[in-house]
Design a binder for this molecule. Structure first.
Ligand code: NAD
Ligand code: MG
Length: 381
């Protein structure tokens, strides 16, 4: 069980649920961070008394400093603040619940400081791939998945004594709000419709990623790196009920699955208690009340982001960083009402097809690819 924790992105969907788990198990919170939500971060600081708080936005950091002048919490800001929080000497685990590429350098810093990393921030593993995994290995640290599908696979893998027995990973996908729809039905969908996820309550960016199926594309790449599997050995199946969170297939075609209510507090808690299992606030699974499980093939033609991610993975090098960077920009433009829903897929595919991929040797290779992909998106609209 984790005894001391840094939460990057503590005001978000994963961050606040992590604090629920930390409260229940009296985990000592060393640092909390947010982009600019001063009010919520102040509440969290007063309740959890971390020694460090990071407000990414400088103006909000100054505001926070004044508001909590009566406490012992030191306020930092910007990327330097996130890196300092990720490297704190007295913290055992860093749970990265930031959204997007901003989480990459803090993850690398946490590795170098010898921390166990509980990773929700999938974008940075997608973009950083080999660089992140090599940094994990070089520093002898553990990278534990928080993403529900990857936690499911990780839980199933506890029943696989040797990698050679494993044949395939099967990621489940809810299909999101637009499952079964074709391109002509998706032309005019609104941001509100894209934000109405049938099973999960999550931050806005990942909810739109689920609607476009970019989320599943990112998760294929995430699985490739977390579990060292080849792209051809990672399948996706649409499972509308979101009860089976993913499966593994062995050489003998026997399949193991992990099931639970769709509630992120289970994978979050498992990353913090691993290898132990303790009571959870999530209710028991009542299979008879669910009744039926369904399984469908994903629609790679309609959901272009999914095929673009597969292509990016097979191209290798900085291609996944390009797919991710293009999507981060396009997802935001869609939420701002500046582009249509289908344009997201067109831009991600366009970026993967047209931008050159180079091998990732250093952090700047990843950051340059990300920047080029965002520029591609802004110049294409
Ligand atoms: P969210 O938007 O609810 O929260 C993001 C957090 O990061 C907030 O605390 C925010 O203040 C902070 N943040 C955002 N941009 C920042 C920036 N530029 N600089 C510094 N801080 C910044 O997001 P979320 O839904 O909690 O998702 C977090 C990560 O977890 C994402 O990578 C997402 O894909 C992944 N994830 C989320 C869920 C879920 O159920 N929400 C499930 C699986 C994986
Ligand atoms: Mg997931």
């Amino acid at each position: 069980m984790t005894d001391s924790l840094v939460i990057l992105g503590s005001t978000g969907s994963i961050g606040t649920q992590t604090l629920d788990v930390a409260r229940k198990y009296n985990i000592d919170i060393k640092a909390l961070t947010a982009f600019s939500n001063v009010k919520l971060l102040e509440e969290q600081i007063r309740s959890f008394k971390p020694s460090v708080a990071v407000m990414y936005d400088e103006k909000s950091a100054n505001d926070l400093k004044q508001r909590i002048a009566d406490t012992n919490t030191k306020v930092l800001c910007g990327m330097d603040g996130l890196i300092e929080a990720s490297s704190m000497q007295d913290a055992q685990v860093v749970l990265n619940a930031l959204v997007g590429m901003v989480g990459l350098e803090p993850t690398l810093a946490a590795c170098k400081a010898g921390k166990t990393i509980a990773l929700a921030n999938k974008e940075t593993l997608v973009a950083g791939g080999e660089l992140v995994m090599n940094t994990v290995k070089d520093n002898g640290v553990s990278l534990l998945p928080v993403d529900s599908e990857h936690s499911a696979i990780f839980q199933c893998l506890q029943g696989c004594p040797e990698k050679k027995y494993l044949k395939k990973l099967i990621l489940t996908a809810s299909g999101g709000p637009f499952f079964g729809k074709k391109r002509d039905e998706l032309k005019d969908v609104t941001v509100k419709e894209a934000l109405a996820h049938p099973n999960w309550s999550m931050g806005a960016k990942i909810t739109v990623d689920s609607a476009s199926m970019m989320n599943k594309g990112l998760e294929i790449i995430e699985a490739r790196w977390l579990f060292d599997m080849q792209a051809d050995d990672i399948d996706v199946v649409v499972h509308r009920q979101s009860i089976i969170h993913s499966l593994i297939e062995f050489q003998d075609n026997s399949v193991l699955a992990q099931l639970s209510q769709p509630d992120m507090r289970i994978p979050i808690q498992y990353a913090l208690t691993y290898p132990d299992r303790v009571e959870s606030p999530v209710k028991e699974l009542d299979l008879t009340s669910i009744g039926t499980f369904t399984f469908d093939k994903p629609d790679y033609e309609t959901f272009e982001c999914l095929s673009a991610c597969k292509k990016a993975l097979s191209k290798g090098g900085t291609s996944p960083a390009i797919a991710n960077g293009a999507n981060e920009a396009a997802n935001l433009l869609f939420r701002e009402g500046k582009i249509s829903f289908l344009k997201i897929g067109e831009l991600v595919s366009g970026a993967v097809d047209s931008l050159p991929s180079v091998p990732i040797k250093t952090l700047s290779d990843v950051l340059n690819a990300d920047k080029t992909a965002r520029e591609y998106v802004y110049s294409s609209i």
